[in-house]
Design a protein around this ligand. Sequence first.
Ligand SMILES: Cc1ncc(COP(=O)(O)O)c(C=O)c1O
Length: 432
Amino acid sequence: MSELLDRHRAVLPNWMALYYEHPVELVHGSGSRVTDSDGRTYLDFFCGILTNMLGYDVPEVREAVERQLATGVVHTSTLYLIRSQVELAEKLARLSGIPGAKVFFTNSGTEANETALMLATAARGSNQVLAMRNSYHGRSFGAVAITGNLAWKSSPLAPFSVHYLHGTDRQLPAFARLNDDDYIAACADDLRHLLAAGAARDVACLIAEPIQGVGGFTMPPDGLFGAYKKVFDEHGILFISDEVQTGWGRTGEHFWGFEAHGITPDMITFAKGLGNGFAIGGVIARGELMDGLPGNGISTFGGNPLSTTAASATLDYLLDHDLQRHAATLGSMIIGGVAEAAGPLAVVGDVRGKGLMFAVDLIDPRTGAPSPALATRMLEETRERGLLIGKGGLYGHALRMAPPMNVTEADAKEGMGILIDALRAVDAEAAR
Ligand SMILES: Cc1ncc(COP(=O)(O)O)c(C=O)c1O
């Protein structure tokens, strides 16, 4: 393994971080479990960063892909009709709730957000974009420009003029004493002030994650985007909901994250989970926005027969098995169980989440400050006990977890038990 690690380091970028002191190579997967090249099996509660939404080796997805492979056609380009692409777009347009929706397929979330930003700035004739503090939307030039998290800001250059809104920062002293309604009102007032103070007459859009992924599953109170949307509607400002992590019912209570805010966005961007590992992303937008670009456009690989076939099979499986409801049931069991167990643990600052998307903040028990070191420790302790989890947050102190949406109750309980056990061990160690 160390030989592969050396080779990795020699030829791959150093800004592409690997987890664990001794990084893992996953070579086999089935259900919610993966096996590494040393033969160790783990429960996977991070799923390739929320991408293996149905876990591993789902026969319905595998067989659909095998049937497509057997046709001999993996790629045709969008110069020709692609039946699986049209069918998937029809399903997504219907599920989006956006009137007259059209869909453009890409290969990643980054490209999806680039496209949405291009549509919004073209429609509004403006390069002024609003984003949330602590946000992450991808790694391209444009996506990095709207990133509200310095650790992921690879370039200071920007094609946009960007202003960052409040909404995911209520732990700040200025907001901490406010209840949800007052915090939302304060944020909306700040937005009005920002616009009045000259952010511009012609802001193109807000792009926002309903629950921030890289940002550590931080989220605004339900309704915040509804309050923002009221202000936007007065100005014609468009709303892009980045559902790359929050879509498909993962949050349990809704199919899309934005629904917690009582709004319908102008555009939805998606990627990660839809293909259950096959590369697919895209934008769902109101038809006139989608059609509003002045130039031609294609994405060579975007929406190819293989990825759209995999995505359709994944989506059908998800809907047929009502995995949104499953996520709600098992999610509240795990979040409730972890929150209860964390009560007496001084290293836990917060337990939060919705459905099968939940996080635990690690803090220094003496100072209460975010502790990335303890979060790193937790990654090792959970791995040691056979559970893979993720990490994130502005200060790198949030443990992020998102089991497959079809995780069994037994696996959910086992993973929760391991997490709690590891938290207790880290708490005991920190108290010494
Ligand atoms: C909310 C969100 N948007 C966009 C992206 C970028 O997606 P990709 O890595 O597929 O380009 C990510 C990736 O983590 C994400 O979490």
